[in-house]
Write a protein that binds this ligand. Structure first.
Ligand SMILES: *Cc1c(COP(=O)(O)O)cnc(C)c1O
Length: 403
């Protein structure tokens, strides 16, 4: 069973019937799933939840899948919260710097959350062929979950997507193509091919269920912190599904009385080479126009235009948060420092959140006593790593004093 009552246009509030295939609303905006939270809260308690051992499917009452057999699983885990002890000490922090390490999920990124839900709902609704544009991680997650569900996938990625990401998609059963353009160009192909190729468009926020999967980050974080939300969440923002999803999670948790009205500052972190949300936030705009010539090696946040821009900006503003852009060199300095000092190899997007935290601490937008969460959205191993290794010629005498 599910507690879904209907879907709702996030822009106009127009209602849509549950149990049918939906893309965007008539207004061309994302649809949000609405629940009978009163009934939901009678069916599940915090204690009952604590007894469950699975990953994000433990929040099934908060999710739209009706039939248990449609829940596709690849062994999801509750992702750990890891304190940055060395960084805290070095900065004299009295609060906490905590990384939520989403790189432990199936396919090595938090895209697993959204795509597990999107694919499970596609199965429930009888769809057989899914397509999407991707910078790598979403495509890998969709291919994996869809293959597990016995569905076909067609996937388009920018032509400079690292080989490892493209091959991962292909090996997990995706029919994958490089396109000479950016993710929005790939998205155009997916949109145009809907009629002719007969696939269903699973682009970020263009179907209603990826956000429900990403919502579980907010539920999980709240549960892990004993139902007490942190002071700030630094989130590497591309399409913004996770930020919007967590904001929705907090709203639902408050509605059922599991948390109070305290909210973390929602901080949208982007790369200086692709910062449409930061620009819109600074200009106090409702929407974020296309960012020209977008570039950053942090591929997950290389999203020049986002259909959910107004929802990201709304959450950032309502939470009293902000949006911040990070230079490319700072991203990689942060990654190297955390790997070296803490033993944690972040993805560049995750590293950007640490760089953003440091910058915000300096300019006073967060304080040393704050408990902050940094989202590491993928394992650092999914990214090309350049050599920092030494070499030993075993045929020559080794100078052991060098070690
Ligand atoms: C997709 C992705 C992001 C951005 O997530 P959104 O919720 O779409 O904004 C950030 N980092 C990584 C590693 C990603 O794969």
């Amino acid at each position: 069973m599910s507690f879904v009552t209907h879907l709702e246009c996030s822009y106009t509030g127009e209602r849509y019937e549950a149990g049918r295939v939906h893309g965007l609303s008539a207004a061309g905006k994302p649809l949000l799933v609405r629940y009978d939270l009163g009934s939901l809260s009678k069916m599940i308690t915090k204690d009952a939840l604590a007894q469950r051992t699975d990953g994000f499917w433990r929040y099934r009452e908060f999710l739209p899948v009706v039939k248990p057999e449609n829940r596709i699983t690849l062994g999801e885990v509750v992702t750990p919260l890891i304190r940055l002890n060395h960084a805290e000490k070095a900065a004299g922090v009295t609060g906490e710097i905590i990384v939520k390490d989403e790189g432990r999920l199936p396919t090595g990124s938090f895209k697993a959350r959204g795509l597990a839900l999107a694919v499970s709902m596609a199965k429930e609704l009888g769809l057989g062929h899914l397509a999407m544009p991707t910078n790598g991680n979403a495509g890998a997650a969709m291919a994996a979950y869809a293959s597990a569900a016995g569905m076909k996938t067609t996937i388009f990625c920018p032509d400079d997507t690292p080989q490892v990401n493209v091959e991962e998609i292909a090996l997990q059963g995706g029919d994958v193509y490089r396109v000479n353009g950016l993710i929005n160009d790939c998205g155009k192909i997916v949109g145009e091919g809907k009629e002719k190729a007969g696939w269903f468009d699973v682009s970020t926020l263009k179907e209603p269920y990826r956000i429900e999967g990403k919502k579980t980050m907010g539920l999980e974080l709240a549960e892990q912190l004993g139902w007490e939300l942190p002071d700030a969440i630094f989130y590497p923002t591309g399409g913004g599904t996770g930020l919007i999803g967590m904001w929705k999670a907090f709203e639902e948790l408050e509605a059922i009385g599991w948390i109070g009205s305290k909210r973390p500052k929602m901080i949208a972190v982007q790369a200086a080479g692709c910062a449409p949300i930061v620009k819109a936030w600074e200009e106090d705009a409702e929407h974020a126009p296309l960012w020209e010539n977008a570039w950053t090696a942090a591929a997950g946040i290389r999203v020049p235009i986002a259909v959910g821009d107004f929802l990201i900006l709304r959450a950032v503003r309502e939470s009293n948060g902000f949006a911040i852009a990070i230079e490319e060199n700072e991203i990689f300095e942060a990654r190297d420092a955390i790997a070296r000092d803490e033993g944690l190899l972040l993805c560049p997007e995750g590293a950007a959140t640490y760089a953003a935290y440091r910058q915000s601490l300096k300019d006073g937008r967060v304080s040393k006593s704050d408990r902050v969460i940094l989202f590491n959205c993928a394992t650092g191993l999914k990214y090309p790593l350049e050599g920092k290794t030494g070499f030993i010629d075993r045929t020559k005498a080794i100078d052991y004093t060098r070690f």
